[in-house]
Design a protein around this ligand. Structure first.
Ligand code: DGJ
Length: 569
């Protein structure tokens, strides 16, 4: 009997976690880190997003699947369009969705589905004709002068219902045809939502809501999370006296408008109000979909940036980083809020979004050499779930820099996943502006520097090589004094944190690869290819440190090295 009592709940919980693992891709917390679990195992998304219209044609896509596979992707981020899924109300056509599943499966690729529905880049261009042509029922947002905008209003139950119904039907279909294979591993709900040309909707319902009390669900969240809110929201609430009731302007203040400093949160109250109603609407759509098939769901943002500093220049109401609490308060079915990165410096953006309660997934980043290097940094430094350059159907695999990045990451992805939660991994990103990066890891002060550290480079010879302008990489502390590093075009200098009077040196340095998760050495690097390219013979070494570099590959591939430090006396 005792045994029975003990085993029954145990088996039940075992069954539950087993059932969840095998039945649905989901997010799982491991310590402070959130991992995406697919087919019961942590999964790193090496992704690429297709152009907007690509999956509207199975014929167009036919050669693309093979092409992206050759770019070493494991996941394609691909739109499903409401207008083509439900061309007539309640008549659904799954042929394009099914062709995506077939194409992806043929090449053993996963899919992240983009639900292009009520809004795509703010505008409502993907809604079916029966929505477009019925503005009485599916109402538009209005600007301050009362002029109707192209964009559908969040203040319209009929539109939210219609979108939710279509999304629910899509997710039910995916549950029916894909729950076993788990081709689809996440869904983005809508795309870069928000209002253009106005910081908030001014239609009648919106005006009424703006002058009413802040709704209870948000107010209760603020009260129960007081002291733990994101700083920008806390500051707006605090500077108006932490009121627990009142209109939007009473609780968050009358917005300031600063035209000189783009980083000022101008029109913040209008923006927060607008986010609340987008989050409510999208939360409703996501909840309807999750009731059928609960894969992780996220929203993506068009960023506030110098070029588009004010809400309304960038879509007002989208998931800007400082609105995370609002999404958490009213749209708990949205698991992540994420940035689309087209600005030069991805690091600032990622730091903005990597907040307590929000893991990093980069659904869109500008393609090219920069993001192909930043990808290493995002995985190594921010425990990212995935990265995905936009327009992945462009360019031949041998010309797209992401191909080599993903070739290297494919080998080390299991090692990365193992080291995500214990602080034993660092991302490297050095370029011609920030030529070096310093950090502590595994008992060492480590300096990463741009340059391949070759003898020619150290001695200043010119050998006609083109010097790299950027280098990304990852360093992982795999054991006492042991490390694995991935990259090229940067060096690592290790100085012990504690001076024990002994001298540090490199015990061994191997170049290699991971085959089925196991390290296989391809070359022992020593002598000229060893620690610093002439450290010993030419006296370049200064101080008690050891230097590691990567051997340039004739094909420009990234290398993986495994090495150990030792001390002599
Ligand atoms: C961001 C959008 O989310 C994408 O769909 C695409 O339109 C790119 N911008 C543009 O290039």
């Amino acid at each position: 009997m005792i045994k029975k009592l003990f085993y029954t709940p145990f088996l039940f919980f075992f069954y539950l976690s087993f059932a969840q693992n095998v039945s649905t891709p989901h997010l799982e917390k491991r310590g402070n880190v959130t991992q995406l679990v697919v087919n019961g195992k942590p999964f790193l998304v090496l992704g690429g997003e297709l152009h907007n219209s690509s999956t509207s044609s199975a014929a167009y896509m036919r050669p693309i699947w093979e092409q992206v596979k050759k770019k070493n992707l494991n996941t394609v981020i691909a739109p499903v369009y409401w207008e083509l899924l439900e061309p007539q109300q309640n008549k659904f056509d799954f042929s394009l969705v099914d062709s995506m599943l077939t194409g992806a499966r043929k090449y053993n690729l996963h899919l992240v589905v983009l639900w292009f529905a009520s809004w795509k880049n703010g505008y409502s261009m993907y809604v079916p004709s029966w929505v477009k042509n019925n503005s009485d029922k599916y109402r538009r947002a209005k600007d301050k002068d009362g002029k109707s905008l192209q964009q559908l209003s969040t203040f319209c139950e009929a539109t939210a219902e219609a979108d939710a119904n279509a999304f629910r039907t899509l997710m039910k279909h995916l549950q029916d045809v894909d729950a076993k294979q788990q081709t689809v591993i996440m869904v983005q709900v809508e795309n870069e939502v928000g209002l253009f040309s106005t910081p908030r909707d001014y239609n009648q319902a919106a005006n009424e809501a703006y002058n009413k009390s802040v709704p209870n669900d948000l107010m209760q969240y603020l009260v129960s999370h007081k002291g733990k809110l994101q700083p920008e929201l806390d500051s707006a609430w605090k500077s108006n006296g932490y009121k627990t009731s009142g209109t939007w302007e009473e609780v968050f203040g009358k917005s300031i408008v600063d035209k000189k400093n783009w980083q000022t949160l101008s029109y913040l109250t209008e923006e927060l109000f607008t986010v609340y109603y987008y989050a409510k609407y999208i939360g409703k759509v996501a909840t309807a979909g999750k009731a059928e098939y609960a894969v992780p769901m996220y929203v993506n943002a068009w960023l506030k940036q110098q070029m588009t500093p004010m809400p309304g220049n960038f879509p007002s109401g989208g998931p800007t980083p400082y609105t995370l609490d609002i999404w958490r308060a009213v749209a708990p079915s949205i698991d992540l809020i994420e940035p689309d990165i087209y600005v030069p410096d991805a690091t600032y953006v990622i730091q903005q979004y990597h907040r307590p309660g929000n893991a990093i997934f980069v659904p869109e980043i500008r393609p090219g050499i920069r993001s192909a290097n930043e990808a290493f940094w995002v995985f190594g430094e921010h425990n990212a779930i995935g990265v995905s350059p936009f327009g992945i159907d462009d360019g031949k695999p041998e010309e797209d820099p992401i191909t080599k990045t993903y070739a290297a990451l494919t080998q080390v992805k299991d090692l990365i996943l193992q080291h995500q939660e214990d602080g034993t991994m660092k991302g490297i990103l050095v370029d011609t502006i920030n030529r070096s990066q310093e950090f502590e890891l595994g008992g060492y002060h480590i300096k990463a520097q741009l340059g391949n550290g070759s003898l020619a480079e150290l001695a200043g010879f010119s050998v006609g090589e083109k010097k790299a302008d950027i280098a990304g990489g990852i360093v992982i502390n795999t054991g006492k004094d042991e490390f694995v590093a991935i990259g090229k075009d940067y060096t690592l200098t290790f100085t012990p944190l504690q001076d024990d009077g002994k001298t540090i040196d490199v015990e061994y340095l191997d170049e290699g690869t991971f085959v089925n998760g196991k390290w296989v050495t391809t070359r022992r690097l020593n002598g000229d290819e060893g620690t610093g390219g002439g450290d010993y013979g030419f006296g370049f070494k200064q101080g008690n440190n050891g230097m590691i570099r990567f051997q340039p590959s004739p094909t420009g591939d990234y290398s993986i090295v495994r090495f150990k430090m030792y001390r002599y006396w």
